[in-house]
Design a binder for this molecule. Sequence first.
Ligand code: TMP
Ligand code: ASP
Length: 236
Amino acid sequence: MEKRAQLYEGKAKKVYATDDPEIVIVSYKDDATAFDGKKKGTIQGKGSINNRMTNHLMKMLSEHGIPTHLIEELSDRETAVRKVRIVPLEVIVRNISAGHFASRYGVPEGIVFDDPVVEFSYKNDELHDPLLNDDHAVALKLASRDEIARIRKMALQINGLLKATLSEAGVTLVDFKLEFGKTSDGTLVLADEISPDTCRFWDSQTGEKLDKDRFRRDLGGVEDAYIEMRRRILGE
Ligand code: TMP
Ligand code: ASP
């Protein structure tokens, strides 16, 4: 497979074409942003950690029947994935109150929910990713009713699988964001990443934050948190 022209540059990743029209290469950057890109910085080594952690977790998910875009890790920072059209929904699953859930509804962080909460946002930076429900998403033609039902089911399955894997590593999965995509034949697959950028991870014993909230909230020890998550999940 041959790397060709850059197709797209996002806040944390670049995407390159290949000689195969069905395959693209994602390249993970060390760049970090928060608050719709208003806060900018670098997290040294993040690109490699996020690339390898995402692939490790997506491989585990696909072994449990979740279809993903993953094809093959090419290097520390680069992975070949199936080319998809991203469904413009940020699919968030929450097990414990934190972040925007806590601020939006005026509750403290750390409330453990009886059942996971699935939430959708419209993936649109200019509009600041507004929260929406199934009817809004269908009205806006972001996805069909059936696709939304399948996305919700997969998101809950993924939550169960990730929670189990992380709990073995002494990590509580507080919440996370997923993105799904459609391949040229219309297959719905998990895309994007699963990393400390897109999940909240709390140490199960101490509650210490081991994710991008250290960057968002200027808590210090940002690189160390990513390295600690690499050690817990990848064992190195
Ligand atoms: P929130 O509490 O800020 O809505 O975030 C919920 C989860 O989604 C959290 O694990 C971080 C992740 N997330 C992203 O991956 N990208 C984003 O742009 C935002 C706002 C959150
Ligand atoms: N990366 C997102 C942004 O810059 C936000 C976040 O992860 O907090 O908008």
